[in-house]
Design a protein around this ligand. Structure first.
Ligand code: FAD
Ligand code: MLT
Ligand code: ZN
Length: 484
């Protein structure tokens, strides 16, 4: 879908300034800079201004001005996208629209178990607000201190707790949206049942800002956990990791809040680069898992259950060593080893991410086949598979060989992604499990989603955003709907 948007004129920028005031419009280069590059430093875009409305009405008025001028808009939350989804392109024609100032929690109801939060509320702040009301907002991911409610919904983020609570989509009951022409749709309904025509709210979740701006959402909360247990385990191999998952799931599926896999290589990187991280088990292993259990029942006896299942698994040779957290502080320390994987990988050198999913039963085979193929393709490179084994989503990442030129390694990025994707495809998997398409993976869409599926997406896009002003260059391939 070509970007035919207009260049923002000085008159438009002045009108936006008059509408939003000095806090609502950034134009100084030093203020623009943090909005122009992504967390992975894959892209560096340009823009004449960042629009920062204070509320939905201001956003709607700003969108009307941009739409009337034919100017493209790039929604931005915490800018933690892993696929360059929230940064403008290099033309300098696209205006960045930051939702950061829409950061109020409008309502919270422990009886309905709902929270109405604006798009710019940081995920961590939503978790804290739920906890203060004696509830749980369960979405959890490494970037939760920066990522926003609008961003996690727009990417349909998954993270660590999908295995128990689903993705962001499953935690959303209603939305408020500013459409590409500036109309406001108030769909902030907090109903569990509402079969009244198309479920429009689901269109905007996972749309990555290509259909409109999410300005607020009704989020679904859960009763707060009253019993928890956390185990960090060294396991014999990938199959043992899956077997251990089955042991816990089959005993009490509702207690498994997260079940995460880490390779020995990834944990080594954390030990090397992240301050305060130590190996909690007595000897190094090639494979680890983190088992996080939680229940609203105070008498769930999760620690006893974990001890019993780990003993069985040790006897079966699946678990080599394990430690159970003795306190909340120790639990956080164990989680840190998992959560710091992306940062540790960054510090180790250049790396390529493959955010893939396969049916849960095939995860061990996928990890083995991809690891072997990647090392065959780039001898000395280091596979770093880790992530959400309980829902089938593994980050099949690859670290450069020690000493190799980072640029030369990154020049192979698309070969690396193709190598993994070919295997994942044979296994009925997905090339993007939770990070979305953004700008990075648009060229993969025709091969994976081409034909009727991409055609339907393009029609929806054309219906809601006929001028192509919402986040151009993201999700949709530049070359149209042609299968590779
Ligand atoms: P941004 O990066 O600002 O935006 C993401 C996309 O949504 C862009 O396309 C943007 O245009 C659009 N957008 C943002 N806000 C709005 C809005 N209000 N309305 C419409 N469109 C909007 N993701 C996972 O799923 N699971 C993980 O475990 C995970 N771990 C991560 C760990 C780290 C260290 C980092 C850096 C990222 C991780 N991510 C993970 C990536 C993930 O996509 C983001 O953290 C989160 O979903 C994005 O939120 P954000 O507010 O930063 O959105
Ligand atoms: C995570 O789960 O930590 C991120 O989604 C993975 C990544 O950085 O590749
Ligand atoms: Zn992840």
């Amino acid at each position: 879908m070509p970007d035919t948007s207009a260049t923002p004129s000085p008159g438009l920028i002045e009108a936006l300034g008059n509408l939003l005031g000095p806090r609502g419009l950034l134009t100084a280069p030093e203020d623009l800079a943090p909005h122009l590059s992504d967390w992975r430093a894959l892209y560096r875009g340009a823009t004449p201004c960042v629009v920062r409305p204070a509320d939905t009405a201001e956003l709607a008025a700003a969108v009307k001005l941009c739409a009337a001028a034919g100017v493209a808009m790039v929604p931005q939350g915490g800018n933690t996208s892993m696929v360059g989804g929230a940064v403008p392109d290099e033309t300098g024609r696209q205006v960045v629209v930051s939702l950061a100032r829409l950061n109020r929690i409008r309502a919270l109801d422990p009886v309905d178990l709902t929270m109405t939060a604006e798009a710019g509320v940081v995920l961590k702040a939503a978790q804290v607000a739920a906890a203060e009301a004696g509830c749980l907002f369960p979405l959890s991911l490494g970037a939760e201190g920066t990522a926003t409610i609008g961003g996690v919904l727009s990417t349909n983020a998954g993270g660590n707790t999908t295995v128990r609570y689903g993705n962001a989509r499953e935690l959303m009951l209603g939305l408020e949206v500013v459409l590409p022409d500036g109309q406001v749709w108030d769909g902030l309904r907090r109903l569990r049942k509402d079969n009244t025509g198309y479920a429009l709210r689901h269109l905007f979740v996972g749309a990555e800002g290509t259909l409109g701006f999410i300005t607020a959402a009704v989020l679904r909360m859960y009763p707060r956990p009253r019993d928890t247990a956390l185990a960090f385990c060294a396991v014999a191999d990938e199959d043992s990791a899956l077997a251990l998952f089955r042991r816990f799931r089959d005993r009490d599926e509702s207690a498994v809040r997260a079940f995460e896999y880490m390779s020995g290589t990834g944990v080594d990187f954390c030990l090397r680069h992240i301050e305060g991280v130590t190996l909690p088990v007595s000897t190094r292993a090639d494979h680890y898992v983190l088992v996080d259990l939680a229940s609203p029942r105070p008498d769930a006896a999760l620690r006893d259950m974990a001890e019993a299942l780990l003993a069985e698994a040790m006897e079966a040779g699946e678990v080599l060593d394990a430690v159970l957290a003795e306190s909340e502080a120790q639990a956080q320390k164990l989680w840190k080893i998992r959560e710091e994987h992306p940062e540790a990988q960054k510090r180790e050198g250049a790396s390529v991410k493959n955010d893939v999913s396969v049916p849960v039963s095939r995860v061990p085979e996928m990890i083995r086949r991809c690891s072997e193929a990647l090392v065959r393709m780039i001898p000395g490179s280091r596979p770093v598979p880790f992530g959400h084994i309980g829902d089938g989503n593994i980050h099949m990442n690859l670290e450069q060989p020690p000493g190799m030129d980072a640029g030369a390694f990154l020049a192979r990025s698309h070969d690396i992604m193709d190598c993994v994707n070919d295997i994942v495809r044979e296994m009925d998997g997905s090339f993007s499990a939770e990070h979305g398409i953004g700008r990075l993976k648009t060229d993969m869409m025709p091969a994976w989603r081409g034909g009727a599926e991409l055609d339907a997406m393009q029609r929806i896009k054309a219906a809601l955003d006929p001028w192509g002003l919402m986040n151009p260059g993201k999700v949709f391939p530049a070359g149209g709907n042609h299968r590779a």
